[in-house]
Write a protein that binds this ligand. Structure first.
Ligand SMILES: C[S@@+](CC[C@H](N)C(=O)[O-])C[C@H]1O[C@@H](n2cnc3c(N)ncnc32)[C@H](O)[C@@H]1O
Ligand SMILES: [Zn+2]
Length: 288
């Protein structure tokens, strides 16, 4: 018998119902009839057709829409982020310990490709991806059944304390109080932050030397919360196939606010290479 995506994900959520806590009242949750998560106070959340659950307290309209996530998926399929993901996967594999069952959270998972590609290289790991953008989570649940996909605010995560063996936070905002609450003591967190060279060819064109607002001290902020902090800068030039410029421009918030004419002009340009430049910050939750 072939199970549907919804059935696969319902079984997974049922087996991991202990991870969840109600976003309305913080009570524990259980799976009902393979179709909804509900809490002891009867707040109930249906699974979608493809098996994700929406645990965000209110609907959020974000600029991260369906076409942006489709563009991100296309760019990721080209191997654009591969060296970054390989590094993060390796560090995760070293920390997770062989033969143990672990649960890894991707906070701000977008359309799920990063988490899915990391999980495909590990064994015994259950993945949980959350994002506030419903379009991203919907795409993730459609493409990657077998991972728990949840619409949720990472500043108010619908999960119980100390359930996670690792947290990933890639190009997304962080909430370190929540991440600390969710991690088991001594367990790993990895954050990928863009550096000055990231997409610099596009920045040079779209910003024309104007100053951009960046978090000036992401490592310092991270180190206030976690121990054993390490950083690794990963920088490379990615050879850009012609067809990838359009999805690259579409996938990045860098171009929000740019006129369609300017985007058309850039699409006609010859941009043979794009710089990828990240720092991966990692640390572990303090053991009291
Ligand atoms: C630049 S995208 C990165 C997505 C994915 N990690 C990737 O690298 O493709 C930033 C993501 O953070 C998500 N995000 C922003 N604020 C959030 C919040 N408060 N809770 C959950 N997700 C959030 C956005 O919806 C978006 O998907
Ligand atoms: Zn409740």
């Amino acid at each position: 018998m072939t199970l549907s995506r919804k059935e696969i994900n319902a079984q997974l959520m049922e087996a991991h119902a202990h991870l969840f806590r109600c976003p309305n009242c913080a009570a524990g949750m259980e799976m009902f009839n393979s179709s909804a998560l509900f809490c002891l106070n009867n707040h109930s959340f249906d699974l979608s057709k493809n098996g994700y659950v929406n645990l965000a307290p209110q609907a959020h309209v974000t600029k991260y829409d369906k076409s942006l996530f489709e563009a991100r998926k296309t760019v990721m399929a080209s191997g654009f982020f591969k060296p970054v993901l390989d590094f993060m996967t390796h560090r995760l594999a070293v920390r997770l310990g062989k033969g143990e069952q672990s649960v890894v959270l991707d906070a701000g998972c977008g359309e799920g490709t990063h988490l899915s590609s990391i999980l495909s290289q590990l064994t015994g790991v259950t993945g949980v991806g959350i994002d506030l953008a419903k379009e991203g989570v919907a795409a993730a649940s459609k493409m990657y059944p077998g991972t728990i996909w949840t619409v949720a605010d990472l500043a108010n995560c619908p999960f119980a304390d100390e359930q996670f063996d690792a947290i990933l936070n890639i190009l997304s905002p962080a909430n370190y109080a929540e991440f600390t609450r969710l991690l088991k003591p001594g367990k790993l967190i990895q954050k990928a932050v863009p550096e000055s060279g990231y997409l610099k060819e596009l920045r040079d064109i779209f910003y024309e030397g104007k100053e951009q607002k960046e978090d000036s001290n992401p490592v310092g902020r991270f180190a206030e919360h976690f121990d054993e902090v390490q950083t690794e800068r990963i920088t490379y030039c990615f050879e850009l196939p012609k067809g990838l410029l359009a999805p690259l421009i579409r996938m990045t918030p860098l171009t929000w606010g740019t006129s369609p004419e300017k985007i058309e002009e850039v699409l006609r340009m010859d941009i043979p290479e794009i710089t990828v430049d990240f720092t991966i910050i990692s640390g572990v939750k303090r053991v009291e």
